[in-house]
Design a protein around this ligand. Structure first.
Ligand code: 4AD
Ligand code: MG
Length: 470
C-alpha cells in the first residue's frame, strides 16, 4: 500500500520524502507546457508541482484541466526549478473529474483576478481560492485557540439553547420560529404552536451561561446567534458566532483583565501558528488597499505590545467633547452624556486619539441591558466594551446584577418580562454571588486578524438582510 499524504505533510518534511513513493490528491491549479501541474489540496496555501510522465496515456493528458480533481502516485524528487525544493514525478494519475474548460472560464476558479464580491456570489467554490482558503484556515485556528485558552484556564464549554422565548439584550429584532401557518391561525394562539409559546432564535447564550457559572464556576459558550436587525454594514451579520465566558466570583476589573489577556493570547496564537497564511493576506492587502508593507503583521504586533487603554464612559465623553471644542474633529452626532457612542466616536477614540484598543466601562444604565450591575451613583452600570482599530466594538460585557431586588427593579424599568425569567431571578435567591462575563464577536475577531474589509468575507456562508443563499 502506498501511503497517502497531504501537500502540507510533504512540504513540511521535504528532505525526508526524497525518492519515496507517495500518493497525493487534490485539485489542479495550473497546467503548464503539457507537463507541469500545480496541485493544491487545501491543507496549505502552497501547491505541489507534479511532473507528468511522458508515458502517460494521451487521453488522460487531454483531461488535465484547471479545477479538475486528481489522484497522483509519484516519486518525490529534488526539484531543478528554483520555486520549489521538491516535486513529484508521476507514476500513475487517476482523474476523479475533469472540468470542461468552458465552464471554468465563467467561474472564479479561472486563474485571474476576481473581486471579493464575485467570490461571494460563488461562495460554494471560493474555498478553492487562495484568499478564502487562507481566511478559513485562520478562522479554524482562531476557534481552536479559543477552546485551548479556556480549557487551559479551567473553563467548561457549555452548549446553550438556540431556541429561546426571550430577548436577553432587550434591543433589536429577533427571528421568530414557528410551525404554525400564521395566515390560517388567526387570531394567533401560540398555545397551539410547537413549544406552546412564542419562540425565537437566540441573540445570546448569556443568561443560561450565567446559571451554569453559578454551579460550575467558569464556563463559556461558543455558538451561533441570530439578530434580525436591518444592518447592511461591513461589520454586521444576521447569523454570527459568539463566545461568551461567564465567571462566578469575578468583578468587572477581573472580567476586563480576562478579556484583554484572552484577546492577546488568540492574536499571539495566530501569529505563532498561521504565519504562512498571514503573509499571503498581508501581500493581498498591500495590493488592494495600497497599504504599506507588513501592515497586517504590524497591526497584530501593536495589539500585543501595549496594555489596552481603559477609560470610563464619562471620561470618553469628556475627551470627545474637548476634541470637538478644540476643533480637532466635528462629529455628526452631538456629544451629550447619556448618548450611545456611535461608530464615528468609537473610531475617533481608537484610531485617532489613543491609537490602541480602548476599553470603556461604566456606561449609563439607560443604554445598557437590564442584567448589568448598577453602580452606587444610580446612573451607570458595570458595563465594559472593548473597541478595536478598524472594527470598533469587538467585545461587550459586564458585571452582572446579583442583588435580587435591584435586578427585579431593573427588569421593571426596562419592560423585561419577569415571568419568563423566573428561573434567572431564582439564581439570585439560591446563593447569589458577584459574577461577570462578556461576549466576543467571533467573526469580527476573524475580520480583524485577517484584515478583511467586509465581515461577509470571513464566514463561509454569510446571512445578511436579503441574502440566505447557499
Ligand atoms: O454587545 P453584545 O450585544 O453583547 C451580548 O450579546 C452579551 N450578551 C454578551 C455577554 O456579556 N455575554 O454582542 C457581543 C459582541 C459584540 O461586541 C460584537 O463583537 C458582536 O458580538 N456582534 C456582532 N457581530 C456580527 N454581527 C452582528 N450583527 C453583531 N452584533 C454583535
Ligand atoms: Mg454591545
Amino acid at each position: 500500500m502506498i501511503r497517502k499524504y497531504s501537500v502540507k505533510e510533504l512540504l513540511n518534511k521535504e528532505k525526508f520524502f526524497i525518492d519515496k513513493k507517495v500518493l497525493v490528491e487534490g485539485w489542479i491549479r495550473s497546467f503548464r507546457h503539457s507537463i507541469f501541474i500545480s496541485l493544491n489540496d487545501g491543507s496549505t496555501i502552497q501547491n505541489i508541482q507534479i511532473i507528468l510522465s511522458n508515458k502517460l496515456d494521451k487521453n488522460i493528458v487531454k483531461k488535465i484541466t484547471i479545477g479538475s480533481s486528481i489522484r497522483v502516485i509519484g516519486i518525490v524528487k529534488k526539484s531543478i526549478g528554483i520555486k520549489q525544493y521538491i516535486e513529484l514525478e508521476s507514476v500513475d494519475i487517476t482523474i476523479y473529474e475533469s472540468v470542461e474548460t468552458k465552464i471554468i472560464q465563467k467561474s472564479i476558479l479561472q486563474p485571474k483576478k476576481h473581486s471579493l464580491e464575485k467570490l461571494r456570489e460563488q461562495a460554494h467554490l471560493r474555498f478553492r481560492t487562495n484568499i478564502f482558503s487562507c481566511i478559513m484556515r485562520i478562522r479554524h485556528h482562531i476557534a481552536f485557540g479559543i477552546h485551548k485558552y479556556f480549557h487551559k484556564h479551567g473553563f467548561f464549554y457549555i452548549h446553550t439553547p438556540i431556541i429561546t422565548t426571550l430577548n436577553c439584550e432587550g434591543t433589536g429584532k429577533m427571528f421568530q420560529i414557528t410551525t404554525m401557518d400564521l395566515k390560517k391561525n388567526k387570531p394567533i394562539d401560540y398555545e397551539k404552536d410547537f413549544f406552546k409559546c412564542k419562540t425565537y432564535l437566540s441573540v445570546s447564550g448569556q443568561l443560561e451561561a450565567e446559571t451554569a457559572s453559578l454551579g460550575l464556576g467558569k464556563v463559556y459558550t461558543f455558538g451561533p446567534v441570530f439578530r434580525a436587525e436591518n444592518s447592511n454594514t461591513s461589520r454586521h451579520l444576521s447569523e454570527f458566532w459568539m463566545i461568551e465566558p461567564e465567571i462566578a466570583f469575578y468583578h468587572l476589573e477581573e472580567n476586563i483583565n480576562l478579556a484583554e489577556n484572552f484577546l492577546k493570547f488568540i492574536i499571539k496564537y495566530i501569529v505563532d501558528n498561521s504565519m504562512e497564511d498571514l503573509i499571503f493576506l498581508n501581500q493581498c492587502l498591500e495590493k488592494w488597499n495600497q497599504k504599506k508593507k507588513n501592515s497586517l503583521l504590524e497591526k497584530l504586533e501593536l495589539i500585543l505590545k501595549f496594555p489596552f487603554k481603559k477609560i470610563s464612559y464619562t471620561e470618553a465623553i469628556r475627551i470627545l467633547d474637548q476634541e470637538e471644542k478644540k476643533k480637532k474633529i466635528r462629529f455628526l452626532h452631538p456629544i451629550i452624556w447619556g448618548m450611545d457612542l456611535q461608530s464615528e466616536h468609537e473610531q475617533y477614540l481608537v484610531d485617532k486619539y489613543f491609537k490602541i484598543p480602548v476599553i470603556i466601562f461604566d456606561y449609563p444604565c439607560s443604554i445598557k441591558a437590564f442584567y448589568m450591575r448598577m453602580n452606587h451613583d444610580g446612573k451607570t452600570v458595570r458595563a465594559m466594551d472593548i473597541l478595536f482599530p478598524e472594527i470598533g466594538e469587538i467585545i461587550g460585557g459586564s458585571q452582572r446584577e446579583e442583588r435580587y431586588d435591584i435586578l427585579l427593579q431593573r427588569m421593571k424599568d426596562t419592560n423585561t418580562d419577569k415571568n419568563k425569567l423566573w428561573w434567572y431571578l431564582d439564581t439570585r435567591r439560591f446563593g447569589s454571588v458577584p459574577h461577570s462575563g462578556f461576549g466576543l464577536g467571533f467573526d469580527r475577531l476573524v475580520q480583524f486578524i485577517t484584515g478583511m474589509n467586509n465581515i461577509r468575507d470571513v464566514i463561509p456562508f454569510p446571512r445578511v438582510p436579503n441574502n440566505a443563499e447557499f
